[in-house]
Design a binder for this molecule. Structure first.
Ligand SMILES: CCCCCCCCCCCCCC(=O)SCCNC(=O)CCNC(=O)[C@H](O)C(C)(C)COP(=O)(O)OP(=O)(O)OC[C@H]1O[C@@H](n2cnc3c(N)ncnc32)[C@H](O)[C@@H]1OP(=O)(O)O
Length: 184
């Protein structure tokens, strides 16, 4: 991955272990919010990522590139692929049971991705220090060990739940999120 210093963990950053109250290995993660563009089942134009955590600390997901995801004819739009990477990285840091948002997302596009392709995505954490989490993801064509089509590195910033209450609509998600204190 070609990565800037901003998404490279500094010395002393620690890779967290799986959270003791997190999902057990092999758990399907479902959607954190039904209308999420990345994983929501109630979002007709979304990516409909299907994710599982193999170990409670990383995420594997599948994303099938659809007709609505084209940039050039019959090839995936780069912004859509970046959104898939953002989502799977967001899901992985969410495993540590603190709310984070994307601060910076860097993407390498290695191969074109035709419509109809299923991308096998994987995301993991390279280290956390203070509020900053350094994460990485890759997307492989057709199989978990298929050719790498896209790579991403990200800096996520920890926020309180008040972030979503102040800037968004926390009540819309309160019934779906069981793992957080939703009253900021
Ligand atoms: C409702 C719950 C949901 C849970 C969902 C799970 C779902 C999973 C799916 C999710 C879907 C996918 C997820 C999504 O799509 S999340 C949606 C996309 N992201 C956003 O909307 C975030 C918008 N930005 C902000 O709100 C603020 O800027 C944040 C909160 C990020 C920081 O503002 P805040 O005022 O709080 O803090 P600070 O400015 O003092 O910064 C703190 C530190 O961080 C460093 N820094 C900050 N930004 C950058 C940057 N760009 N590059 C490099 N460094 C950066 C900064 O220098 C400082 O460092 P230091 O001085 O301490 O060393």
């Amino acid at each position: 991955m070609t990565r800037s210093p901003l998404t490279t963990p500094p010395p002393g950053a620690v890779v967290p272990a799986a959270h003791p109250e997190g999902p057990p290995p092999g758990t399907a993660l479902g959607s954190h919010y039904g209308r999420c563009f990345g994983c929501g089942t109630d979002q007709p134009t979304g990516l409909h990522l299907k994710a599982v955590t193999p170990d409670g600390a990383t995420v594997e997901a599948e994303f099938t590139v659809g007709e609505a995801h084209q940039g050039s004819p019959m090839l995936a739009h780069g912004g859509v692929l970046a959104a898939a990477m953002d989502e799977v990285i967001g899901m992985s840091v969410y495993l540590f049971r603190k709310p984070y948002v994307t601060g910076r997302l860097e993407t390498d596009y290695v191969l074109p991705v035709p419509v109809g392709t299923t991308l096998h995505l994987r995301a993991w954490c390279n280290g956390i220090t203070g509020r900053q989490a350094y994460l990485e993801a890759e997307g492989r064509i057709g199989a978990p060990d298929g050719p790498v089509a896209v790579r991403a590195a990200a800096l996520f910033i920890e926020v309180g739940m008040g972030h979503f209450a102040k800037h968004g609509d926390l009540s819309a998600i309160a019934t779906e999120l069981q793992d957080y204190e939703v009253n900021p």
